[in-house]
Design a protein around this ligand. Structure first.
Ligand SMILES: [Zn+2]
Length: 287
């Protein structure tokens, strides 16, 4: 009887240089890692030197880290009705794609955006236009993974149909993937607590978007109740989802190859990440 070692990891800081995130990940016991490639509250990041790129790639190769994905900066809004902010968001995302491509990262997790009162349909079409413009710029290896959202404010992406419509509207749909955040879908009204509900949610995703598009998972429990449309992450098992929801995901054979990343609250040490990873690993059934 053996337990498969799942592709579990966490979002970790790049303070002191991008290569240091790999060390942090190993200390926390991660097999996969998510990073910001620049300060997440700034439009323009400092240039990544060739030396930093090489050090990162070398350290990554020597490490046990299987996959590294990146998260976009929070200021971006690909659905913005304001022309200047829309253009700025596209430029910033192009800059992030270039950085990630140099580092050899697989996916760039991006929030679809907020329509700011234009309406969801308009928002979806604006996002699709923006992604087309970004894709036209260059044929990067790194791909955008649109993240499911909780549906706070005017954000788009809290229905699987929004993601389907964005993918359906762009010229190169094969270049776009999806990141499913458990806290966000739960807050958006998709239940995963009981096995039957979990299967229903995954079936709906499969029928609407397609499971093959699901390339990244964010594993977060939810501070707020099901359907609240409020995005508040909680430690695994200490929120409204509870451990069962995570057990279905971790033992779902269709999802074995999908990296699963914690975005739960962190302290100064790796204690919280270690604890959350331990809770998740204990949910995996022996095969
Ligand atoms: Zn997330």
């Amino acid at each position: 009887m053996t337990k498969t070692d799942p592709l579990l990891g966490s979002h970790l800081s790049i303070a002191g240089g991008i290569p240091l995130a790999l060390e942090r990940a190993q200390k926390a016991g991660c097999r996969v890692l998510q990073i910001f490639v620049k300060n997440n509250n700034r439009w323009v990041g400092k240039v990544i030197s060739e030396e930093e790129v090489l050090t990162f790639r070398r350290k990554w190769e020597q490490s046990k880290i299987q996959d590294v994905v990146a998260h976009d900066c929070y200021l971006l809004n690909l659905a913005s009705p304001r022309e200047d902010l829309w253009e700025r968001s596209m430029d910033a995302l192009i800059d992030e794609m270039e950085r990630r491509d140099r580092l050899g990262l697989s996916y760039l997790v991006t929030h679809p955006g907020s329509h700011m009162g234009m309406g969801e349909e308009q928002g979806v079409s604006r996002i699709a236009q923006a992604i087309d413009r970004i894709h036209q710029k260059e044929d990067w290896k790194v791909r955008i993974a649109l993240e499911t959202t909780a549906g706070q404010g005017t954000s788009v992406g809290y229905r699987f149909e929004h993601l389907r419509d964005i993918i359906g509207a762009i010229h190169e749909p094969d270049r776009l993937a999806v990141c499913m955040d458990t806290c966000h879908i739960f807050a958006a009204g998709y239940d995963i607590r009981e096995e039957e509900e979990y299967q229903k949610t995954m079936d709906r995703f499969d029928q609407t978007v397609g499971l093959e598009k699901l390339r990244v998972f964010h594993l977060n429990d939810s501070k707020r109740e099901w359907g609240s449309r409020v995005d508040r992450h909680e430690h695994i098992g200490r929120g409204e989802i509870g451990t069962s929801g995570f057990a279905w995901i971790l033992n779902d054979e269709r999802l074995t190859e999908v990296p699963k990343i914690l975005e739960t609250p962190k302290g100064k040490t790796h204690r919280e990440d270690k604890r959350n990873l331990k809770v998740l690993r204990a949910l995996i059934q022996e095969v």
